[in-house]
Design a protein. Structure first.
Length: 508
């Protein structure tokens, strides 16, 4: 298949997700009735129901319990602006199919960058070699079921030109310099991505999804009295070209200038164990890393997570509710189906302070005897799915932000994290905080910057003593790494008070 043909999109604007079930290993597929939407995806990857069943048959030929095919065609583009001019532009096309076979606790996996039948059969045979015995199939009826669409698109990225995108990148740059004379440099980036996904399993499930992604961001550099500071602002959502608006440009420019200006008067606080108020929104990164990963079922199935023996037990105050969701419309972490073809749902990990669920893919769900939660995710067709977060957040609590701040004699308020490290087993974490505010005698006082927050995830969760009703969803370009794979995620948090964390600042 040539690059040009891969780039030809045959799906319509309305049908972007759907599911049907085909009978495995039919001797003839000529009379199968499939909907136009399903056919468009079969045509897109240049396969037929008969082709799919031949490949699945080969994958199961050595005695596998289950097999699946994950087809992907991703088109990505990026623009970069520096020194007032667009000076970089890149495009990439990724195309192929990953084939997985499960046999007991073993997994066989291989992939190919071709959907030619002979290439897929060769890869299927490789994946099948984890087992030895023949297998017998049972036929199932053909049926379709509706799939919700959490990211409707008005104008597809593949129908948008670079000439349409450049003016918005230029506007962000120009607006920064208009807003503040201290701006000395700007780096603006724009990215868009379109993924066509098709999934077929030995159970006869054929499902598909159309996944857009839009990103616009800027790094702002400012100079004042010989001192240089920088910060950034970004938005990333599952939308089409309609995401690019003057309103987004204005939001990004104003936010970047405000955050960078804030740093000029900031200092480091005294180091030590202090009360820490996590501000609403972006502080959800701490929830994601230090508390979300230990809830992923593979870590618990293997006994590596500190929560592996805590199911059904109280692990937080009774006003704490932690949700893992894939259904928030247009969110960067939203999915219509997961990468195993499973339905995506809203899952309570912690309900009223009690651990209620782990995050499951197909393998862990079978181990625990529960239904998959729609958290089987993979970076691309080159990888096997594993339990991954989508959108992880804490629901509103019973307190007010003012009550939280006023309860702290001396501590820090933080809301601008950049990166961190977490040890999943023990739950120990370290996060770098770009900026925040000192709390003294129950009031926000001086700006602070460049500090580390150190603690233990399960202990920090238990030490959340107050949670406000000011929940915000983070809107940045969050990407989660695990097992050598990266996937887009979302997160959110109301303002919460952690009774005690180690703050690395200046010596006391």
């Amino acid at each position: 298949m040539s690059i040009d043909r891969r780039n030809f999109i045959k799906t319509g604007g309305a049908a972007v997700a759907g599911t049907m079930v085909l009978p495995p290993l039919l001797k003839s597929c000529q009379n199968i009735q499939i909907s136009p939407d399903v056919k468009s995806y079969l045509d897109h990857f240049e396969v037929t129901p008969e082709t799919l069943q031949k490949v699945i048959s080969e994958a199961m030929s050595k005695g596998g319990d289950y097999a699946d095919l994950f087809f992907e065609h991703t088109i990505s583009n990026s623009l970069g602006l520096e020194d007032g001019k667009v000076n970089s532009a890149h495009s990439n096309i990724d195309y192929g199919v990953g084939i997985r076979v499960l046999k007991g606790d073993q997994t066989g996996f291989a992939y190919t960058e071709s959907t030619n039948l002979q290439d897929m059969l060769k890869v299927a045979k490789t994946a099948a070699n984890i087992a030895n015995d023949p297998v017998t199939f049972k036929e199932s009826d053909i049926f379709e079921k509706s799939i919700p669409n959490y990211y409707k698109v008005s104008q597809k990225w593949e129908n948008s030109t670079i000439e349409e995108k450049i003016p918005f990148v230029q506007k962000v740059n120009d607006r920064l310099f208009e807003l503040d004379e201290k701006v000395s440099k700007a780096r603006v980036f724009q990215r868009d991505e379109t993924s066509h996904i098709m999934f077929y399993s030995s159970e006869g499930l054929l499902t598909f999804d159309y996944r857009p992604m839009a990103t616009l961001g800027v790094v702002c550099v400012m100079e004042k009295d010989g001192k240089i500071e920088n910060d950034y602002s970004a938005r990333s959502v599952r939308r089409g070209f309609e995401f690019m608006t003057d309103d987004v440009v204005e939001e990004l420019a104003r936010e970047a200038v405000k955050k960078t200006n804030f740093l000029f008067g900031a200092r480091k606080p005294k180091a030590g164990e202090l009360p820490v108020v996590l501000g609403a929104g972006g502080s959800g990164i701490l929830l994601h890393e230090a508390m979300g990963h230990p809830f992923e079922a593979d870590f618990n199935r293997k006994g590596e997570s500190i929560f592996s023996d805590k199911m059904g037990k109280s692990i937080a105050k009774d006003f704490i509710n932690i949700v893992e969701d894939g259904t928030m419309e247009y969110n960067r972490g939203a999915l219509n189906i997961d990468d195993e073809g499973n339905d995506v749902k809203k899952v309570y990990l912690v309900k009223d302070g009690v651990l209620e669920s782990y995050l499951h893919d197909r393998i862990s769900a079978k181990h625990y005897g529960v239904e998959p939660t729609g958290n089987g995710r993979r970076q691309s067709f080159r990888y096997m799915p594993i339990p991954r977060m989508r959108i992880t957040y804490m629901e509103n609590g019973p307190h007010t932000t003012d009550d939280i701040i006023s309860s702290v004699d001396y501590g820090v308020y933080v809301d601008n994290f950049t990166n961190g490290q977490v040890k999943i087993g023990a739950g120990d974490f370290t996060f770098f905080v770009k900026s925040g505010t000192l709390i003294e005698n129950g009031k926000l006082t001086e700006p602070i910057k460049d500090i580390n927050i150190i603690g233990n995830g399960p202990q920090a969760l238990a030490d959340i003593t107050m949670a406000a009703g000011d929940y915000k969803t983070a809107t940045g370009t969050w990407t989660c790494g695990k097992g050598g794979q990266s996937v887009p995620v979302g997160m959110g948090l109301p303002s919460v008070l952690v009774k005690k964390l180690t703050v690395g600042g200046t010596s006391a």
